[in-house]
Structures are given as structure tokens and as C-alpha cells.
Design a protein around this ligand. Structure first.
Ligand SMILES: Cc1cc2nc3c(=O)[nH]c(=O)nc-3n(C[C@H](O)[C@H](O)[C@H](O)COP(=O)(O)OP(=O)(O)OC[C@H]3O[C@@H](n4cnc5c(N)ncnc54)[C@H](O)[C@@H]3O)c2cc1C
Length: 307
């Protein structure tokens, strides 16, 4: 929720200690920063996970933050019919809002019936925040709370305990142009027909500081989106796996005319072209891979290939 004001966590990465392969069997520890192995620092800012070596220490630029205002709005089953309208209004408000606002939109399947939006505004401005979001809060009859608190309390508030492990399929996209009515209708249709009630979409407003950094300045490519969207469906017994994964994959297919790329932190094995994650930065990531891991010691299903 701070990305629009402070950039990505990886934009604030200034140093890494890494164990890299050396020769056929060996390893060496290197210190990476802007002056040493700068190409590897570039790669670690968005493309590092498991591809080049083992990171043993990260150094981040830190930024001051004190009071924040958080909001949460929850709509129940009676309002689920408004899901397209809510997403439409949310996408028109939050990606263009003041950079101090980071906002999430989360809609569960019609079977579940819950829709939520939550967010964080840096500062103690409850009234302007309520006014900004009034077009959203005015749809249906949501339960809305707005509270001002120290940032650490907000962090603890949003950092829910992790769900117990469960089988699940995720996928994700970047929405560069606000969804037109047909795309909103597609989202509605998939959520209405989801086979598992816990299936959901989760969207995060983008832009602000993230979009002011050039797409080739770091390995993280998808900076010009209006918002990020991921969706997932868990399952509990084996017979549900097929319908749940098909729903996730068909949803991805149906969204293709309206979206761009995908987020590497939500790896989807139905994606075979890694440019979907890394865009035009893939070629440079491969150069860095050839330089630091020419034997491809670090490889997995969707790792950066040598060529
Ligand atoms: C419920 C859930 C919620 C999530 N929410 C978010 C979110 O809000 N935002 C977000 O960005 N992502 C989110 N993710 C994705 C998650 O942050 C990424 O998958 C991330 O890569 C996990 O890192 P890890 O080290 O914990 O995982 P791992 O699966 O252990 O590692 C991911 C990759 O990094 C490699 N790796 C691990 N440790 C090192 C190391 N020391 N050095 C080099 N490579 C290493 C692994 O080999 C692997 O390829 C979520 C995932 C789940 C399951």
C-alpha cells in the first residue's frame, strides 16, 4: 500500500550480499551495490528470486513515516450484484488519486457474497479520504470504518495471520487501461460462476512513484499499469482441483484482450513465455544470468534461461 508513495520494496534495495557459483563446483560471496556488480543489483530489483545466487543480506533505503489513516469498506451478499459498478468506480478513483493513497479492491465469488475495499493514506486526513472515496461508499450499503493511527499499528492491522496451507491456483495480470464495460462484465461473469466459493479477485492501485521510474531502470517492468489484479481458487478435495484450475485459466484467457503481462511473485505454470513477467527486460536478465550463473546452477520451472 506504500508503493504509490515510496516505490516498490525492490526500488528501495541498495545492496545485496550474495553467494554466487564460481567455477564448476565452487561458490563465492560478493557484495552488490551501485558501484559493485551494478548489473546484478539491477537484476535483483525485480528479477532476483532464485535466479542468480543465494541472497544472504539485503540493504534497503529507509524512509520516515508516522501517522496514517486507514479505511475499510465491506459489502455483504445483498450488494454483490453491484460488483462491476464497484470495480468500475474503484478503478476510476484510486489509480489517479493522490500518491499518499494505496488501495485494494477484493471481491469474492457470488456464492460467498463478500466484497471489500481497504487502503492506507499517509497523514491524518480522515475527512478528505472519506470525500475522495464517497463515490465508492455511496454504492449499496457498505460498513465503512476510517481510523487514524501510527503506521506500525496499521501494518499490524493489515498483516493478517497467514492462511493455513491449502491447494490453490493463482494467476495475475496488469491492467494498463481501465477495464471497459465488456471486461467488467467478464469479471462479473467469472465471479458469478466460480465453482468454489472462496474464489476471488484482488486488485491493488498502481501508478504514483512506481510509474515515475523508467521500465528499464530496474528488472521490474510493469510500471505503467493502472492497477494490478490477481485471482485464485483454492480447493479441498481432489475432485475440485480440475474445476478450480480450469476456472483460473479460463479467466486468464477471457481477460487477455484487456490486460498486459503478469507478476512473477504469482507464478502461473500455464505461462510459458517469460516476457509476460519481465517484458523487454528479459534479454538483459538473460545477459546477467550468463555472466553470473553460466552453468545454470540456479534453475527451476520458470527461472531465467541462459538463452
Ligand atoms: C498467501 C500469499 C500472499 C502473497 N502476497 C504477496 C504480496 O502481497 N506481494 C507480493 O509481492 N507477493 C506476495 N506473495 C508472493 C510471495 O511474496 C512471493 O512468492 C515471494 O517470492 C516469496 O518469497 P519467499 O522467499 O518467501 O518464497 P520462496 O518460495 O522460498 O522463494 C521464491 C523464489 O525465491 C528463491 N529464493 C528464496 N530465498 C532466496 C534467497 N535467499 N536468495 C535467492 N533466492 C531465493 C526461491 O528459490 C524461489 O525461486 C504472496 C504469496 C502467498 C502464498
Amino acid at each position: 500500500m506504500l508503493a504509490r508513495s515510496m516505490g516498490l520494496a525492490s526500488d528501495n534495495l541498495v545492496g545485496v550480499e550474495m553467494v554466487i557459483p564460481s567455477g564448476k563446483q565452487g561458490a563465492e560471496v560478493i557484495q552488490i551495490d551501485e558501484n559493485n556488480h551494478a548489473d546484478l543489483l539491477w537484476a535483483c530489483r525485480g528479477g532476483g528470486g532464485g535466479n542468480f545466487g543465494i541472497a544472504t543480506s539485503f540493504t534497503f533505503k529507509i524512509r520516515p513515516i508516522s501517522t496514517v489513516t486507514i479505511y475499510e469498506a465491506t459489502w455483504g451478499s445483498a450488494d454483490w450484484q453491484h460488483v462491476s459498478e464497484l470495480l468500475s468506480v474503484w478503478q476510476s478513483l484510486t489509480p489517479s488519486a493522490d500518491d499518499q493513497l494505496g488501495s485494494v479492491f477484493n471481491a469474492n465469488s457470488q456464492k460467498d457474497g463478500t466484497i471489500t475495499s481497504s487502503g492506507l493514506f499517509i497523514g491524518s486526513q480522515e475527512t478528505p479520504l472519506r470525500q475522495l472515496l464517497q463515490p465508492l461508499f455511496g454504492i449499496g450499503t457498505p460498513k465503512v470504518t476510517i481510523q487514524t493511527m501510527p503506521y506500525l499499528d496499521a501494518w499490524l492491522h493489515f498483516a493478517a495471520p497467514p492462511d493455513p496451507p491449502r491447494p490453490d491456483k493463482f494467476s495475475s495480470v496488469w491492467v494498463y487501461d481501465a477495464f471497459p464495460p465488456e471486461a467488467l462484465e467478464t469479471v462479473h461473469r467469472f465471479l458469478a460462476n466460480a465453482p468454489i466459493s472462496q474464489a476471488n479477485i484482488w486488485c491493488l492501485s498502481w501508478g504514483g512513484e512506481v510509474s515515475r521510474i523508467p521500465t528499464d531502470a530496474t528488472a521490474f517492468y510493469h510500471r505503467d499499469a493502472q492497477f494490478y489484479m490477481e485471482w485464485d481458487s483454492p480447493w479441498t478435495n481432489d475432485t475440485e482441483e480440475g474445476p478450480a484450475t480450469a476456472w483460473v485459466e479460463q479467466f486468464r484467457e477471457a481477460l487477455q484482450p484487456y490486460v498486459n503481462g503478469s507478476y512473477i511473485n504469482v507464478p502461473d505454470r500455464s505461462i510459458t513465455d517469460l516476457r509476460v513477467y519481465y517484458g523487454d527486460n528479459l534479454a538483459r536478465l538473460q545477459e546477467v544470468k550468463r555472466m553470473y550463473d553460466p552453468e545454470n546452477v540456479f534453475h527451476f520451472e520458470q527461472s531465467i534461461p541462459l538463452t
